[in-house]
Design a protein around this ligand. Structure first.
Ligand code: DGJ
Length: 360
């Protein structure tokens, strides 16, 4: 039995198998924690979906029981979630009104690389599933963000950007700032790649996703059943190219961590604080401190890892755990987990310090 965390090392489940829940998230429900993540296979093929979303359960956060595949890929080759699609960063939230577990994830369609930029969702009656796939979409078709500008709504600017559509990719390929990506996607829905979910104290849920070719992050309110977007959203951190976002709340303030945008390679983490989840957000800089001796990567490379989620330990007021992945794109199944405690430095700021081992 484990009684401590060992960031970056193999983490064996109750069957002595390395936990297979990458890009994951943790929820607490009726006395147990559930960890959902991407089930990866060996080799570089493991970067596409071959099995589905894996779920584990735990009562102490150190020792995890394999609960199987919560959302299996579809055997139907025409399904959006078929083998060779990309199913990333699955997150699950519980809706106490409908008593359903709702899973959202980043979905890329088979054979299209990362061009589809969609989000998919699935629903279950039990935390361990089985989850039923419902649909995918690009969020907020036909809705402008709360902080839209008149220029973004200008038909000429939209048309000029649509004519250049094949020149934009998920990186700094051309000057995105000179075009109107938001406006170009107004009718069809906004792009949605790396994502997370956040449920506020009032039960309202939000979808946070890298949009506009990853240049700008959108935060979007979900409907009461958590199965759709309400059309209420904001653009945040414009042209800061953020991925891997996670939001948590402490003493009425909203906190944020994310990464930059460098594929599977590590980069410098970001953090931010806000009084409202829809912003405006104030950037706080890189929260990481220390060096991972396993790879000699320090704060400028996030210990060799990339953020995926932050959750609060049940019943512990100031105990928040930041979850990161060390990706192994050439042998995806060997990806490692880095879980570290968040330390609050003053009223508005926090740090995430490397620890070789630690306990709650
Ligand atoms: C970085 C993202 O954070 C990951 O989830 C994944 O999409 C990789 N990019 C793919 O290169």
């Amino acid at each position: 039995m484990l009684n401590s965390f060992h960031p970056g090392e193999l983490w064996l489940d109750n069957q002595d198998v390395h936990i297979n829940a990458h890009g994951g998230g943790v929820i607490f429900h009726e006395g147990k924690y559930y960890w959902y993540g991407e089930h990866k296979i060996g080799g570089s093929n493991g970067n596409s979906a071959h099995v589905g979303v894996h779920v584990y359960s735990s009562s102490d956060l150190y020792n995890w029981q394999d609960e199987g595949i919560a959302l299996p890929i579809s055997e139907d080759p025409d399904s959006e979630i078929c083998k060779w699609s990309v199913i990333e960063r699955p997150k699950v939230i519980y809706n106490s009104k409908t008593q359903k577990f709702v899973m959202w994830f980043h979905l890329e369609l088979k054979g299209q690389g990362y061009h589809a930029a969609r989000t998919g969702l699935a629903v279950a009656d039990s935390p361990t599933g089985p989850f039923q796939y419902i649909k995918s979409m690009r969020p907020n078709a036909g809705h402008w963000p709360l902080n839209v500008t008149p220029e973004q709504q200008d038909p000429e600017s939209i048309q000029r950007t649509i004519e250049q559509a094949d020149k934009f990719f998920g990186g700094h390929s051309i000057k995105h700032e000179d075009y109107n990506i938001l406006g170009a996607h107004f009718s069809g829905g906004q792009m949605s790649r790396d994502m997370n979910l956040f449920v506020d104290d009032d039960g309202c849920a939000y979808h946070i996703y890298s949009s506009e070719h990853n240049a700008t992050l959108h935060i979007s309110k979900l409907t009461d059943d958590y199965l759709d977007h309400q059309g209420i959203y904001t653009r945040n951190f414009p042209f800061r190219w953020m991925e891997a976002a996670a939001i948590f709340k402490r003493k009425g303030k909203y906190y944020f961590i994310a990464s930059g945008c460098t594929g599977w390679d590590p980069n410098t983490a970001r953090s931010a604080v806000a009084d409202s989840i829809l912003g405006p957000w104030t950037e706080l800089g890189n929260p990481c401190v220390g060096v991972n001796p396993q790879n000699n990567m320090g704060p400028e490379l996030t210990f060799g890892a990339q953020s995926t989620d932050v959750f609060q330990v049940n019943g512990k007021e100031d105990c928040y755990i930041a979850m990161f992945d060390i990706w192994k794109p050439k042998n995806a199944i060997d990806g490692r987990y880095v879980w570290l405690p968040i330390t609050f430095t003053d009223e508005d700021s926090f740090e995430i310090k490397w620890q070789t081992s630690w306990s709650i």
